[in-house]
Design a protein around this ligand. Structure first.
Ligand SMILES: Cc1ncc(C[n+]2csc(CCOP(=O)(O)OP(=O)(O)O)c2C)c(N)n1
Ligand code: SF4
Length: 250
């Protein structure tokens, strides 16, 4: 039996008060306790960024990689020991910027990994530069006159590249995030969760209030086996139009 005390490390979280990583951390620990994940069956891998600090606060076997490289390292671990559950924690910058190539090909190969993208729309650890998911016009230290690039949709990219489980959750909804992490891990093949994770210090647009006001859950009549429907849904993002739930599962 794994219980919360087993997951405690000597380190207290260093994330800013209100950071979305705190709820994601809670959801992951809850899933770990519910599913009895421990060092006999599970390995965590993360990239470099605020998201990567999660490894310091969960007492499970972990590997912090170079920036953008958690997916190839996780793939290597899975190849050597396919019995293990491998969780990848990665930032939007880490996964879609530096690691974009790895993300694409892991989806294409349908690697049996559970990947949680902490999407806060910025490179947070390096103090809030524009990332591949920042909206057009977004002003930051790296784009003071506004971002001229079109943002990537991690979910649309995953579906197009061949991922077989694709979901989105808002980290403030801890119960649904916990359930989706469990479902994703039970899936045979690659499972991608985009976790909407407010960076309260550097992103004043993608805030907890913004997500609470504008997210809705995919309904019971939603067909998650239809790739085209899932693709179209994954492009929906805006005022009152941020779907949450399992977009695609085959
Ligand atoms: C190859 C390389 N380029 C740049 C950096 C500097 N760097 C460290 S963390 C980081 C940003 C991390 O952003 P993201 O992946 O979105 O994670 P977050 O901090 O938002 O969780 C950058 C650019 C680095 N460590 N290695
Ligand atoms: S800088 Fe942003 S992402 Fe990093 S700990 Fe602070 S609130 Fe969280």
């Amino acid at each position: 039996m794994t219980d919360l005390a087993d997951l405690t490390t000597p380190f207290s979280p260093t994330w800013c008060p209100g950071c979305g990583n705190l709820s994601l951390w809670t959801a992951f620990k809850n899933a770990t306790v519910l599913e009895n994940w421990d060092n006999s069956n599970t390995v965590l891998v993360a990239g470099i960024g605020c998201h990567g600090h999660i490894l310091n606060f969960i007492k499970l076997t972990s590997f912090e990689t170079l920036h953008g490289r958690p997916i190839p390292v996780a793939t290597g671990i899975k190849t050597v020991n396919p019995r293990l559950n491998i969780f990848v924690f990665t930032g939007d910058g880490d996964c879609l910027g530096e690691g974009g190539n790895h993300f694409l090909h892991a989806c294409r190969r349908n690697e049996n990994l559970t990947i949680i993208i902490h999407n806060n729309g910025v490179y947070a650890l390096t103090t809030g530069q524009t990332s591949p998911t920042s909206e057009k016009g977004y002003q930051s230290k790296s784009t003071p006159a506004g971002n001229t690039d079109t943002p990537l949709s991690p979910l649309a990219l995953a579906i197009t590249a061949g991922a077989t489980f694709v979901a989105r959750e808002y980290v403030g909804d801890i119960n649904n995030l916990t359930n989706t992490i469990i479902k994703a891990n039970q899936h045979e093949g690659i499972a991608i969760i985009e976790a909407l994770q407010p960076c309260v210090t550097f992103n004043k647009k993608l805030t907890h209030t913004f997500f609470r006001d504008n997210c809705y859950r995919l309904g019971k009549d939603y067909n998650s086996a239809d790739k085209l429907v899932a693709y179209n849904k994954s492009l929906e993002f805006g005022i009152k139009k941020i779907p949450l739930g399992v977009f695609y599962e085959v």
